[in-house]
Ligand binder design. Structure first.
Ligand SMILES: Cc1cc2nc3c(=O)[nH]c(=O)nc-3n(C[C@H](O)[C@H](O)[C@H](O)COP(=O)(O)O)c2cc1C
Length: 404
């Protein structure tokens, strides 16, 4: 069975001569069993009719963002969520520039921002447009964001020029799309991720915990899975749905989380500690529910320090790449640099949790990547977008550490 069988593919077409080739790509995708929704920019409709693509895909073509009727059905957010993969073919110089700038001025660019699915581009343009500094700079921005760029190929162009700028053939793009479902940056690798809060029992009904939602760790699990990794997700209690195609281990306390991590640690190429592990646990969890006694007396809990999971894992399994998160409310970078050394990690992803629009329960996050090589600040991103970029960044460290 084709790897594309039942996969949800958005094919977004922008305004270039190669748009006619996208009709063939739709045909090949449908033949492979994929479900295809076509999105067109208004430029694209000048080159090929929506009717052709509707007939080939079996679905109405999505052309407008500000369309009340479309929003009543499969609106832009539903479409963004529906997609397993978004491919823009052809990607014009104009659309590359707009995506690089993070614009959301039409349906195609808005979907790029809104989707959690991997985004692939198949650029097609005149060779001078491709070589132009502006396009090359946009290309670098897109690659750094984890967007995959396939092509362009070299050869004779519609305008008569010869050079790089031809869109890859539909059959080559089909191969690239199919490869997404069992290959990627982390193909053949095992990624172990901890996520969510831990709960430290006080008695059978009470515990010490924190506000971690687990969203970042779950998003990383999906991004690593989408890049071909075998993912083991060790999670404290969260409200999130268990991700598909991920080995899921549910734990409660920090000690459980460490035990589960050590158990499978030898198989991991990457260990990513996103869990907000409670630093302390009650020295003794009462077996019976604690009762209120004299109101004049409070309750004093003796707390013990929990094991440091990241530091323990980096010591125990030095062959893996170790990545941690530092949620801080002050002196973010110095604290993260200190953590990097103390825990023997390759990277600390630092975020300021005093800002309520990012971090813990938010859907967005803004982080700095702290390594021994320096500090890189990333912009505010959705946790899905950030997860994809982090996977690219983490893969880069493994090159430096010569793990291939
Ligand atoms: C005949 C013709 C062919 C074009 N071919 C391309 C092309 O192959 N690649 C490209 O980037 N732009 C091409 N353009 C320019 C784009 O159509 C133009 O930049 C447009 O604004 C793209 O809009 P869109 O990216 O929103 O669809 C062409 C324009 C014309 C008139």
């Amino acid at each position: 069975m084709s790897r594309l069988n039942n996969k949800h593919i958005i094919l977004a077409i922008s305004g270039g001569i190669a748009a006619y080739k996208s009709a063939e790509l739709v045909r090949l995708l449908i033949k492979s069993g994929a479900q295809v929704q076509v999105v067109m920019t208004s430029g694209a409709t000048e080159f090929i009719t929506p009717l052709t693509l509707q007939a080939l895909s079996g679905n109405p073509v999505h052309q407008h963002l500000l369309n009340p009727q479309a929003e009543a059905g499969m609106g832009h957010i539903q479409l963004a969520r529906w997609a397993d993969l978004l491919i823009i073919a052809p990607a014009s110089a104009n659309v590359m520039a707009r995506i690089a700038q993070g614009q959301a001025d039409d349906l195609l660019t808005t979907l790029c921002l809104a989707t959690g699915a991997p985004v692939l581009l198949a650029p097609a343009m005149n060779q001078a447009m491709w070589r132009d500094q502006a396009t090359q700079k946009n290309l670098q921005t897109l690659l750094a964001r984890g967007i995959q760029v396939h092509g362009p190929a070299e050869g004779e162009q519609a305008c008569g020029d010869i050079g790089a700028g031809r869109m890859l053939e539909p059959s080559q793009l089909l191969t690239a799309l199919a490869a997404q479902f069992n290959q990627g940056l982390l193909a053949g690798k095992t990624v172990l991720i901890t996520a969510g809060p831990t709960r430290e029992a006080i008695d059978p009904v009470r515990y010490i915990s924190n506000h971690s939602s687990g969203k970042m760790g779950y998003a990383l699990a999906l991004a690593a899975r989408d890049q071909g990794a075998k993912v083991i997700l060790i999670s404290g209690p969260t409200q999130l749905e268990q991700p598909e195609d991920v080995i899921f281990v549910a734990v409660e306390s920090a000690q459980d989380m460490l035990k589960a991590s050590l158990k499978v640690g030898s198989t991991a190429d990457y260990f990513i500690a996103t869990a907000a592990v409670a630093d302390y646990r009650p020295a003794q969890a009462s077996e019976q529910k604690l009762k209120k006694h004299n109101p004049a007396h409070g309750l004093t809990l003796e707390l013990l320090q929990n094991p440091d999971i990241l530091a323990t894992m980096s010591k125990q399994y030095p062959g893996a790449i170790h990545v941690g998160f530092a949620a801080e409310t002050q002196d973010l970078i110095p604290h993260a640099q200190d953590k990097l050394k103390r825990k023997g990690a390759h990277m600390i992803i630092a975020n300021d949790v005093s800002n309520t629009s990012i971090g813990f329960n938010s859907d967005n996050n803004q982080v700095s990547l702290v390594t021994s090589g320096g500090v890189e600040d990333l912009p505010l991103l959705s946790k899905q977008q950030l997860a994809r970029q982090l996977i690219v960044a983490i893969k880069k460290i493994s090159h430096k550490a010569s793990i291939t």
